[in-house]
Design a protein around this ligand. Structure first.
Ligand code: NI
Length: 395
């Protein structure tokens, strides 16, 4: 029997009800990064119930499933992240979070459910597959150093020829699939600055070294790193996102702490930015008789999509949904540790549109009222299933 595109579509649709059920269960029981004990057990047990899948636990809260076809061939890895965020959910539907202060506010519940759905379909077609589909259920996407790197270290990418992954995306309406060639998401780095002045009475500033006034200048001048010292054609963001210092109106504090993020794509630029930042911090603090501490931490690598694998995904979208479903999107400065898997094999990360203004599904990711249009889940399942046959069986 050869499995036609139509059969794959119908088989994918046949699991939709279950996929929605899984998503709702996961949504009601969210767990934070590196603490996905129950989630990973649920995934493990669900995969086990399908039969035909070789299961392993590469780290404490991740799961890998291998669907090994009858004929030898290539290996395609498909990744879904499983973690939730420290947010108090404000949605009131019956499957809203039952875990106070924790919420699936980014759609990872949907990612997990979609990959379970694809696993169910593909495990049933095991004998027709040439090669292997490797299911990567990843913990801790939301928290550096991230779960992807740990899984790669544990060897989950050994022997993998290509890797794909999806993000449900609420800015994109349901039915659309977002495709990006080349650079897609930035490298997100974090910095910590302490301005060390000298505290004292606010009425006698000349007897102090005012860490607040100096911090203000540091913040302003850090923007010159972006606007004056780097190539405007290389995307770069430097944002100070936290300022902490002082206690009351008549005391000049001895120190101020700044925290922020740097986003970039280019490896050379990324390496240079901390030096440019420190030159500004050093110069301004020295000019005013203050001192400083500066700590710069590199986060995930940028997500850069492989041309060949992206073309295959684009073709899969065209086959399943038609040309009009394809949304060609710009890169964005968000970060994703899917990039860790892309170090080991060419890969594609794509967006599954899940926004629906008519249904009131309009809130951004990481918002306390974020949710997904569940009609989008079936689209993700179809694409995972089609991609597997396209990559392994060439149709
Ligand atoms: Ni996310």
């Amino acid at each position: 029997m050869t499995t036609t595109s139509q059969t794959l579509k119908e088989l994918s649709e046949s699991v939709t009800e279950q996929v929605i059920e899984w998503r709702r269960f996961l949504h009601a029981h969210p767990e934070l990064s590196f603490h996905e004990e129950n989630t990973s057990q649920f995934v493990y047990d669900t995969l086990k119930s399908f039969g035909n899948i070789e299961l392993s636990r590469p780290t404490r809260t991740s799961v890998v499933g291998r669907i090994i076809g009858k004929q030898p061939g290539k290996t395609l890895a498909i990744r879904a992240d499983m973690d939730a965020l420290p947010i108090e959910e404000k949605n009131t539907f019956p499957f809203a979070s039952k875990n106070p202060g924790v919420m699936h506010a980014c759609g990872h519940d949907g990612h997990t459910a979609m990959l379970l759905g694809a696993a169910k379909v593909l495990s049933g077609l095991k004998d027709e597959l040439n090669g292997e589909v490797r299911l990567l259920f990843q913990h801790a996407e939301e928290l550096a150093p991230g779960g992807a790197e740990e899984m790669v270290q544990a060897g989950v990418m050994d022997g993998v020829d290509a890797v794909i992954g999806a993000h449900l995306w609420s800015p994109l309406e349901t039915g659309k699939i977002g495709i990006v060639y080349g650079p897609m998401m930035a490298a997100p780095d974090t910095f910590y600055i302490t301005i060390k002045g000298k505290g004292g009475h606010a009425a006698m500033p000349h007897q102090t070294v005012d860490s607040i006034a100096i911090a203000a200048q540091v913040i302003t001048n850090l923007q010159h790193v972006v606007s004056r010292q780097t190539n405007p054609l290389d995307p770069l963001v430097v944002s100070v996102t936290k300022i902490q210092g002082g206690t009351t109106h008549n005391v000049i504090p001895g120190s101020v702490e700044l925290v922020g993020t740097v986003r970039s794509f280019d490896a050379g630029l990324r390496k240079n930015v901390p030096k440019l930042m420190e030159r500004v911090i050093q110069g301004i603090t020295a000019a005013h008789g203050a001192d400083y501490d500066f700590k710069y931490e590199e986060g995930y690598r940028p997500v850069i999509n492989d041309r060949g694998v992206t073309a295959m995904m684009e073709e899969a979208v065209r086959d399943v949904f038609g040309e009009e479903a394809i949304a060609r999107l710009q890169p964005n400065m968000g970060g994703e540790d899917f990039s860790a898997f892309q170090q080991k094999a060419p890969g594609n990360f794509f967006y599954v549109g899940c926004g629906n203004p008519v249904k009131g599904i309009v809130y951004p990711h990481h918002h306390e009222r974020f949710t997904i249009d569940e009609d989008a889940l079936e689209n993700g399942v179809k694409l995972f299933v089609h991609a597997a046959f396209k990559f392994l069986n060439g149709h």
